[in-house]
Design a binder for this molecule. Structure first.
Ligand SMILES: C[S@@+](CC[C@H](N)C(=O)[O-])C[C@H]1O[C@@H](n2cnc3c(N)ncnc32)[C@H](O)[C@@H]1O
Length: 259
């Protein structure tokens, strides 16, 4: 781990205890299924931006039959963890985890069928460049399908939202649904659609907080220690305030590169 990593081994262990092995975002396999609803990945080449601990990257090959999945992530700890999971799943011939530096996608023009991402684009402040780059690497007819954490409006966050963003301490580059839509459309995508997942996550986040503070607490203490768990519980509390107000609004989005 380097000092500027957000997802060190303890943080990974904590999030896996909460969200499942290989998952660094909420919702588990059911949320991935909703995100991919109606899409056929069989035989396709997929890039997973911000592949994290690898659980979803593996699922794209194992459960959705993608022929090849390239997981890209900037942090060494998560890439090591993900590679271990890929080896254990016996998928090293189809799933590659690449540690990259932030910036353009290290992929050729028109080389992938799908750009996928789950709750990682929030870490990439320049949504416009990312949308253009996703368009570049997709083949004509290819699909950009992602889940991400958004803020409901442009401009400065409310004091409650600013408090939440500070407590997450994740260098968040949150943007609004309208900024995502404009960035995707300006990049050349068509059939751009966004789905607000706030109504789902506001309930799930309350259940997560109940788990962090309930009988399962020793599992979380074991993963991250008592002091850091206290910080996490506080983060969940302030997150729930902005989930209930609607300002923190995770979304799914889809966009198609015209043929
Ligand atoms: C919330 S985690 C989600 C991981 C995984 N997609 C999941 O849902 O389990 C966000 C991930 O994005 C990665 N990330 C941050 N900045 C990135 C960038 N510029 N390019 C690719 N990945 C990045 C982080 O290292 C982290 O693993």
């Amino acid at each position: 781990m380097t000092s500027d990593e957000n997802y060190d081994d303890r943080h990974i262990a904590f999030l896996e205890a909460l969200w499942g092995e290989g998952y660094l975002s909420p919702g588990g396999p059911a949320e991935v299924e909703r995100l991919l609803d109606g899409l056929d990945l069989s035989g396709k080449t997929v890039v997973d931006i911000g592949s994290g601990a690898g659980g979803i990257t593996i699922a794209l090959a194992r459960d959705y039959n993608a022929a090849r999945v390239i997981g890209l992530d900037v942090e060494a700890s998560v890439c090591t963890h993900a590679r271990r999971m890929v080896d254990r799943a016996g998928l090293s011939d189809r799933v590659e985890i690449r540690q990259v530096t932030p910036g353009p996608l290290p992929l050729d023009d028109g080389s992938v069928d799908m750009v996928f991402s789950k709750d990682a684009i929030v870490h990439i402040p320049d949504k416009e460049s990312l949308a253009k780059d996703a368009f570049r690497v997709l083949r004509p007819g290819g699909i950009f399908a992602a889940s991400d954490w958004l803020i409901s409006h442009d401009g400065a966050p409310s004091p409650e939202m600013a408090d939440y963003i500070a407590k997450e301490d994740l260098n968040f580059g949150m943007a609004s649904p309208s900024r995502y839509e404009k960035a995707l459309t300006a990049a050349g995508f068509v059939d751009v659609s966004l789905t607000n997942r706030n109504p789902w996550y506001r309930d799930v986040a309350q259940q997560e907080l109940d788990r962090l503070t309930g009988p399962e607490q020793p599992i979380f203490v074991d993963a991250i220690g008592e002091a850091d768990l206290g910080g996490m519980i506080e983060t969940w509390r302030v997150m729930l305030i902005v989930l209930r107000s609607g300002e923190h609004c995770p979304h799914h989005f889809r966009a198609v590169k015209p043929r």
